[in-house]
Write a protein that binds this ligand. Structure first.
Ligand SMILES: *[C@@H]1O[C@H](CO)[C@@H](O)[C@H](O)[C@H]1NC(C)=O
Ligand SMILES: *[C@@H]1O[C@H](CO)[C@@H](O)[C@H](O)[C@H]1NC(C)=O
Ligand SMILES: *[C@@H]1O[C@H](CO)[C@@H](O)[C@H](O)[C@H]1NC(C)=O
Ligand SMILES: *[C@@H]1O[C@H](CO)[C@@H](O)[C@H](O)[C@H]1NC(C)=O
Ligand SMILES: *[C@@H]1O[C@H](CO)[C@@H](O)[C@H](O)[C@H]1NC(C)=O
Length: 300
């Protein structure tokens, strides 16, 4: 019993340690750039430790951007605007990496039209007036002055980093989170960042509904019914062990469904970028820990 409780308490401690911090500060504010370049706005992008700095010029619809992301010197980084849709296809992408022969940091622009793109330098669907990149302090920085497509200030952006190369040019990247979550929509005028509605969020909505249903069924119906049944049947016939079997079956089924609902909740929580429902999360973890301690006791 002692080891069981210890394990539960340890698990609870681990959850609290690895929960996201309560406030995520905009780390971008403190960043500086070579040649004392200054930008009017910045945004700490939600994943991969990337930041975007920019100055928008309403007079000619251009914006100067500086995109910074941590990456090993042997890896590549990318930043993209997708003028037509969200996702990888149609992304007008700027890549930076160390050229394998010269060793200098180079910038290459490519329009990505399939999932196995060949990265070669080509014109984008909008003008890039100026571009450069540098590597220092374990980070790549891409500088560019771009003509915002359609003269629209709100654009779908995406960013990426990887270590695979094919034929000396950037190859694939990891296909799990956080890499697949590296896109958003940014208003270069107001600075507002809006998560992109994607097929993934329909899936998220479905998972949220399943999370709700599982937890309602487990914590809201089966477990309370198990408790009521135990009290009711026991009071009808205190000598019969029937109440205990019914109770145990209900509580076991309820607990198993509850575990599934709780696990799905943790998965959803870990995937939601920068959003934490603290009250909900803490209550869920406390409730789950107490239920698990009780299961430990009753299974003795
Ligand atoms: C756009 O306007 C800004 C500010 O007036 C200027 O610094 C920049 O050079 C212009 N860019 C182009 C491509 O004309
Ligand atoms: C782009 O839009 C701004 C206002 O949002 C306008 O002042 C400017 O003239 C437009 N530029 C072009 C090239 O259409
Ligand atoms: C890219 O655009 C420039 C200027 O519009 C043009 O001179 C150049 O030929 C284009 N390059 C390619 C590969 O299409
Ligand atoms: C292009 O960028 C370089 C380096 O940031 C800068 O020295 C140069 O003046 C820029 N050129 C234009 C036309 O903006
Ligand atoms: C690299 O880090 C040093 C010290 O933290 C800092 O002074 C320098 O400005 C950084 N370089 C760039 C390009 O951010």
């Amino acid at each position: 019993m002692d080891t069981c409780i210890h394990r539960v308490l340890l698990t609870c401690l681990l959850f609290s340690l690895f929960s996201p911090p309560f406030v995520s500060a905009q780390v971008c504010v403190s960043e500086t750039f070579s040649s004392n370049k200054l930008y009017a706005s910045c945004n700490s992008l939600t994943v991969l430790g990337a930041t975007l700095h920019w100055t928008y010029h309403p007079s000619n619809g251009t914006t100067d951007v500086a995109y910074r992301i941590q990456q090993a010197a042997t890896g590549w980084v990318a930043w993209a605007i997708n003028p037509k849709m969200t996702g990888m296809l149609g992304s007008n992408t700027l890549f930076a990496y160390h050229d394998s022969t010269s060793g200098v940091v180079k910038v290459v622009s490519t329009v990505i039209n399939d999932y196995m793109p060949t990265v070669r330098d080509e014109n984008l669907t909008f003008a890039v007036h100026n571009r450069s990149a540098e590597y220092s302090n374990g980070t790549y920085t891409i500088y560019a002055s771009i003509q915002l497509p359609g003269n629209k200030t709100t654009q779908n952006i995406a960013w990426q980093a990887g270590t695979d190369f094919t034929g000396g040019a950037p190859g694939g990247h990891n296909l799990g989170p956080p890499n697949v979550l590296a896109s958003t929509s940014i208003d270069f005028l107001s600075g507002a960042s809006v998560p992109v509605p994607s097929p993934a969020s329909d899936n998220r909505l479905r998972q949220k509904n399943i999370h709700g249903i599982l937890n309602t069924v487990a914590w809201g119906i089966i477990l309370p019914v198990g408790v009521l049944k135990a009290r009711y049947i026991k009071s009808l016939n205190p000598s019969s062990p029937a109440w205990f079997h019914v109770h145990k079956t209900c509580q076991s089924i309820g607990y198993i469904i509850g575990v599934a609902g709780f696990a799905l909740g943790l998965k959803l929580g870990s995937e939601s970028k920068g959003i934490t429902h603290h009250g909900h999360r803490i209550m869920a973890i406390v409730l789950f820990c107490f239920a698990t301690i009780q299961v430990c006791f009753s299974s003795l």
